[in-house]
Design a protein around this ligand. Structure first.
Ligand code: MF3
Ligand code: CO
Ligand code: CO
Length: 276
């Protein structure tokens, strides 16, 4: 049986595996953290160009997080030592910023999670470096569609599985692979909390969605097979068949009438190409 826990006011949130149901204070906190996260992605776009290193982008993101009054939730998280994840081409997720240089034709995911006043705003977008081949651009477009189709299903009274079912159904039409090993997640005062949001699921299964639930949807979609493997650094996940992979992520809250996306781009830069 799914356990839900009503959160009123500013109480401590325990890592007890329950699904938290937040009130107005939580929504306010998530709006601010989500807006900062989205603004950081808006601002980093101009620097995502051939020749830049992922380490330089990470540095800029750290400054923007600190300037915004937040800290990177990823820093020190299970030993992770950076302000964001930057995943290039066949890297599925959790790419570690380094001396590696972006090159013309790359597709890149940047995933940021500022922790602001105790709330986590978790979002990622794809960026196109220079001239990107049509096949790769189509993967990026369809992955964005998968995220938004999943978000449409996030309604009070629906089941969590309805989200993954809709995402998988859309990806299947293009014969793309939906990654199973990494999921969306509840969040709020905790970075990763219940429930686990699977991106390939059966409609009508899983916990009922209720007003006040906060979680991410973050589909990882591969041009080839869904299979991934972890590199020896213990973080970087790549496609086994070396095919390209794309991902977009939003943090959302279930409302009485639908949902609220906390991490919408204030500049309207939802998917590439971005005007910079
Ligand atoms: N931001 C990632 C997510 O969407 C988590 C990154 S954890 C890290 O859940 F340690 F790899 F940074
Ligand atoms: Co996330
Ligand atoms: Co993220």
């Amino acid at each position: 049986m799914t356990e839900y826990q009503l959160i009123e006011g500013d109480e401590t949130v325990y890592r007890d595996g329950s699904i938290k149901l937040h009130g107005p204070e939580g929504f306010e906190g998530m709006r601010k953290a989500g807006r900062l996260a989205a603004t950081i992605l808006d601002e980093i776009a101009q620097y995502v160009v051939p020749g830049v290193t992922t380490g330089e982008l990470d540095e800029r993101i750290l400054s923007m997080m600190l300037d915004g009054g937040s800290v990177p939730a990823t820093m020190g998280y299970r030993g992770y030592a950076h302000s964001c994840c930057i995943s290039i081409n066949h890297v599925v997720c959790h790419g570690i910023p380094s001396e590696k240089t972006l090159k013309d034709g790359d597709i890149v995911n940047i995933d940021v999670t500022p922790l602001l006043d105790g709330w986590h705003g978790d979002t990622s977008r794809m960026f196109l470096v220079g001239d990107v081949p049509l096949k790769a651009r189509r993967l990026v477009d369809v992955t964005y569609e998968c995220l938004m189709i999943g978000i449409e299903k996030a309604q009070p009274g629906a089941r969590l599985g309805d989200i993954g079912a809709a995402i998988e159904e859309h990806a299947r039409q293009f014969r793309y692979g939906v990654v199973r090993e990494f999921c969306g997640h509840g969040l709020g005062r905790l970075f990763h909390d219940a429930p686990e949001v699977v991106h390939a699921a059966k409609a009508g299964t899983g916990p009922e969605l209720k007003p006040g639930m906060f979680f991410t949807i973050e589909p990882m979609i591969n041009l080839g097979k869904p299979w991934v493997k972890l590199l020896n650094d213990g973080w970087t996940a790549v496609t086994r068949d070396k095919s390209l992979s794309a991902q977009f992520e939003h943090s959302i809250g279930i409302t009485e009438t639908g949902n609220e996306i906390f991490t919408l781009s204030p500049k309207g830069q939802h998917q590439p190409p971005y005007d910079i």
